[in-house]
Design a protein around this ligand. Structure first.
Ligand code: PLP
Length: 394
């Protein structure tokens, strides 16, 4: 038996991707599954984006590209950020990767030495701690659970965790799993503080266009322009354009960091798929009406779930402002059902109801469940009927 590296021994598999496997196995047995576990949109990729991919293949755009991304995609990213956020990154400040998960991986490997600290949100997206551990970083959490206002993304929650070892701060807004957005005043305060400490602030904005509030999404670069050398944005086309399988993410970062990330990408995955990059240009330059329609559908689903939770009672939650997840405290029902923890509770729900939910401990928050509404309204209603009956049965 080959002895595995200590590095890989320190990390765990993705609990959310494991659920995808379980779902596939159950569906293969012919069972009807109500999937509140999904971390991806249930809509197809819009037609004009698919056609751009097909055209790329037909025109033989099927070879290696420049590692950090093709020029017309970088142009589309620049124009998008200029239009929506008032700043225009140079080509040398953009790296396109096969998914933003890999973008985050590259960034933390390129920026953080073993023993240096990374401040992550709590609750967190499942991959942040594992990526940080892979680089032997020390993990510190900005607590968004115990504060006076549940899940509120405040600057102080991060500032309180600053130490001379802090190297990177990760803000995920809108957040997976809570759907909360950091408002402009808090973001400006956070970026300004960490800029003065020469700490890199990374904003994961991959749900940026899936928002339910009318406030514009705050731009860190426009709020604190002088901090540009200490700012990075990790972003993705996966969620907004329903392109999870195409694998396309990008990072906007200071030039030297971008070059370092490109070096790692050059010797690992090389460029993101050439075909996907052409489809991404069509996505970013194309019409947004389908995105608007998707967001409007998500909103209706969100409001339906909130109404149903209120009817059931004893479920503590905050209405998500973005993304497509509820993160709700089911502690009352975990105790009522005599379960030892959220994992046992989620498994009971799966076994008894064929309903998939994600245990909160995957996000660092025991007693919570993440309920995704990237699932059809009819399934939401039917799945909640089952859940309601289960929860309210003594
Ligand atoms: N960041 C957050 C907060 C996410 O929820 C996800 C996916 O679930 C990602 C990044 C990664 O997305 P992708 O690698 O598909 O771009």
């Amino acid at each position: 038996m080959i002895k595995l590296s200590e590095r890989v021994g320190a990390i765990s598999g993705s609990p959310t991707l494991k659920l995808v496997q379980i779902k596939n196995q159950l569906q293969a047995k012919g069972l009807k599954i109500f999937d509140f576990g999904a971390g991806e949109p249930d809509f197809p990729t819009p037609e004009h984006i698919k056609n751009a991919g097909i055209t790329a293949i037909q025109k033989n755009f099927t070879k290696y590209t420049s590692t950090s991304g093709i020029v017309d995609l970088k142009k589309a990213i620049r124009e998008n950020y200029l239009k929506e956020q008032g700043f225009a990154p140079e080509d040398t400040e953009i790296i396109v990767s096969p998914g933003s998960k890999f973008g985050m991986f590259l960034l933390l490997q390129a920026a953080v030495d073993p023993g240096e600290e990374v401040i992550l949100p709590l609750p967190y997206w499942v991959s942040y701690p594992e990526i940080a551990k892979f680089g032997n970083a020390r993990i510190v959490h900005a607590d968004h659970i115990s504060g006076a206002e549940l899940f509120e993304l405040t600057a102080d929650s991060y500032i309180a965790r600053y130490s001379p070892l802090t190297k990177v701060v990760v803000v995920n807004s809108p957040s997976n799993p809570t759907g909360k957005i950091m408002n402009a005043a808090e973001l400006a305060k956070l970026v300004r503080f960490f800029y003065q400490k020469s700490v890199l602030t990374v904003i994961d904005d991959c749900y940026r266009k899936i928002m339910y509030s009318t406030e514009p999404y705050p731009s860190p670069f426009a709020l604190v322009p002088e901090a540009r050398d200490c700012l990075a944005v990790v972003s993705s086309l996966s969620k907004t354009y329903s392109m999870t399988g195409w694998r396309l993410g990008y990072t906007i970062a200071p030039q030297s960091l971008c070059a370092a990330m490109t070096k790692i990408q050059e010797h690992s995955t090389s460029n993101a798929s050439s075909i996907t990059q052409k489809a991404a240009v069509a996505a970013l330059n194309g019409p947004e009406d389908e995105i608007i329609a998707m967001v409007s559908e998500y909103r209706q689903r969100r409001d339906t779930i909130a109404r149903r939770f209120d009817k059931i009672g004893n479920i503590r939650y905050r209405l998500p402002d973005g993304a497509f997840y509820f993160f709700a405290d089911f502690g009352h029902f975990i105790r009522k059902k005599g379960k030892r923890n959220d994992q046992e509770f989620a498994m009971d729900i799966l076994e008894k109801l064929n309903v998939i939910v994600v245990p909160g401990s995957a996000f660092g928050a025991p007693n919570y469940l993440r309920i995704s509404f990237a699932t059809a309204m009819a399934d939401i209603e039917a799945g909640l009927d089952l859940l309601e009956k289960y929860l309210l049965t003594p």
